[in-house]
Design a protein around this ligand. Structure first.
Ligand code: GAP
Length: 514
């Protein structure tokens, strides 16, 4: 675990050193849980967004996009339940004066029991070698059985307390489990209180009677309140979807782990409107399809798992997370929710408007049911970055840091380098840049030794380096170096475009989903 934490620290400093992610307002000592994307980060982030957008809107004829405003009428947040119920249960430690989410403290305690079980299994595996029957061991070993029972009891108690919104019981679990503050090491806890996560601001001057408005905590509501506009103007028929990418804001109290939990972040959300009664079929469809979207990137199938929700929001009838194995454990990257007709019914009630859909096939009007897929751009970015980072030992004792980014997501697709800064090589290299730059993010680099230049590109995940040497001037060939294998092949300049395109284009990636 400590080793994984070290790797994570290295990834965070790498992200800064190579222009991916900076702390916001750094020269003013930073603003907690707010980050800026640098020159390489913004390109990679845009590529992630493009992959999602095209996968949703190009590959599904019945999905269109919108871009709704961040500010919305405040009653929307009353209707959606965010004003009354978008809360985190918080607890303070009186000695360290640190504030924690009570549910997170208990989840971490559950994870500790899981670790103990896994340690017992790993020990036994080592002891028994080839002949080890893991399933049998898990079912019969007294220690594992004891931990498993403890876990189940705790989990059940925790889920019930969360479902009942029972803050006293959450505190009692923390006391009973003897959970201590990681900073002070004491059990001197306050009561648990609810804390609303929405940021508020004022719209209009006070003289005119200012209105309290909220920075949206999710983009989804912008889709719900526009669904009929889109349906009518786009002549959409159920089932159909509306996709949106945009900023969301949450006043997270426990903001940790770099860009994993931020106060300002970006979401890619899609609401899929279906006939009542068909929502669970569509939920299953989207659950499978979204996982395929993730796996097509080739980051490793074993890095993903589903996590079905124990605590369903009162309006949901199914919900699952797609979790990704980060250096700090499996964590939620995306949520897929069957939200019934809750949101649309609420907006109908609070607005007083009829927003029912008329189904021409059934010749009747109804409030559609909704399946939502909701993924954080920043969490997706973090999962790609973490799983791509490698400190590689090379033959001869050298090391290189390389980002094995999926080529379609790399900020730079190819770098063109003259071997030396004379004899007409820079001019030839520039000529190649001027040709490739229309289709690929291309960099020109002539500074430092060729080895150093390759390392710089490896560190930002550039799939190809093209080197122009004296032979280029004679026969119009260059060397094409591939990032992961470091293999160099001599190719014709005329073939470069196709060779690069086949590997880096988004189309190649999207075709895997067809
Ligand atoms: N409309 C549903 C919704 O917002 P959510 O599970 O609260 O659901 C969806 O959020 C996704 O948004 C999460 O899976 C995560 O990727 C991302 N997300 C949520 N809170 C975040 C935060 N504070 N920082 C970064 N990403 C966040």
């Amino acid at each position: 675990m400590a080793q994984q934490e070290d790797v994570f620290k290295k990834i965070v400093s790498h992200a800064k050193e190579y222009g991916f992610v900076f702390q916001s307002s750094e020269i003013y000592d930073g603003l907690a849980a707010v980050y800026d994307y640098g020159q390489n980060g913004v390109e990679m982030k845009n590529n992630i967004k493009r992959y999602w957008w095209d996968a949703m809107t190009l590959l599904h004829e019945n999905i269109v996009g919108i871009d709704s405003a961040i500010f919305m009428h405040p009653t929307i947040w009353k209707a959606s339940g965010h004003v009354d119920a978008f809360n985190d249960p918080l607890i303070d430690n009186r000695d360290s004066k640190k504030r924690y989410r009570a549910d997170v403290l208990i989840e971490e305690d559950l994870a500790k029991i899981d670790d103990k079980i896994e340690k017992e299994v790993a020990k036994a595996k080592k002891r028994f070698g080839e002949s080890f029957d893991e399933a049998m061991f898990r079912h019969t070993n007294p220690r594992v059985l004891d931990y498993t029972k403890q876990r189940e009891e705790l989990h059940e108690r925790f889920a019930k307390a969360m479902n009942d919104n029972n803050l006293d019981e959450l505190r009692q679990i923390i006391i009973d489990r003897e959970i201590v503050c990681p900073v002070s090491g004491t059990k001197n806890w306050t009561e648990v209180r609810q804390f609303n996560l929405m940021f508020r601001t004022e719209m209009g001057s006070t003289a005119d009677g200012a209105m309290t408005v909220y920075l949206r905590p999710e983009t989804a509501q912008g889709i719900f309140v526009n669904y009929l506009n889109v349906q009518k103007t786009g002549r959409m028929r159920i089932p159909f979807g509306i996709a949106q990418i945009g900023k969301a804001f949450r006043n997270e109290i426990v903001a940790r782990q770099f860009i994993f939990r931020m106060r300002e972040f970006e979401q890619m959300e899609m609401q899929f409107f279906v006939r009542p009664g068909q929502e669970l079929e569509w939920f299953e469809y989207w659950k499978q399809w979204r996982l395929r979207w993730h796996k097509a990137l080739g980051l490793g199938d074993s890095k993903y798992r589903y996590h079905d929700h124990d605590k369903l929001a009162h309006y949901a009838n199914a919900a699952t997370d797609i979790e990704f194995e980060m250096p700090f454990g499996f964590k939620e990257v995306e949520g897929i929710h069957s939200r019934t007709n809750f949101d649309l019914s609420q907006h109908e009630k609070y607005s007083g408007k009829n927003i029912k859909y008329f189904d021409p096939e059934l010749n009747e009007s109804y409030t559609p049911y909704v399946i939502e897929t909701s993924i954080g751009v920043d969490r997706m970015f973090l999962s790609v970055l973490c799983s791509s980072y490698e400190e590689q030992k090379l033959e001869g004792g050298d090391t290189r840091v390389v980002l094995h980014l999926p080529a379609a997501l790399s900020p730079v697709k190819c770098a063109v380098m003259p071997l030396v800064k004379k004899d007409g090589l820079p001019e030839k290299a520039q000529e190649i840049v001027n040709d490739l730059k229309f289709d690929f993010a291309t960099r020109y680099d002539e500074k430092d030794s060729i080895g150093k230049r390759y390392r710089r590109q490896d560190a930002i995940g550039t799939p190809f380096c093209i080197t122009v040497d004296h032979q280029t001037l004679e026969d119009s060939t260059v060397t094409l170096r591939e990032r992961d294998s470091m293999e160099q092949t001599r190719v014709n300049i005329a073939d470069l475009h196709k060779l690069i395109h086949d590997k880096v284009s988004l189309t190649t990636l999207l075709r895997k989903l067809a």
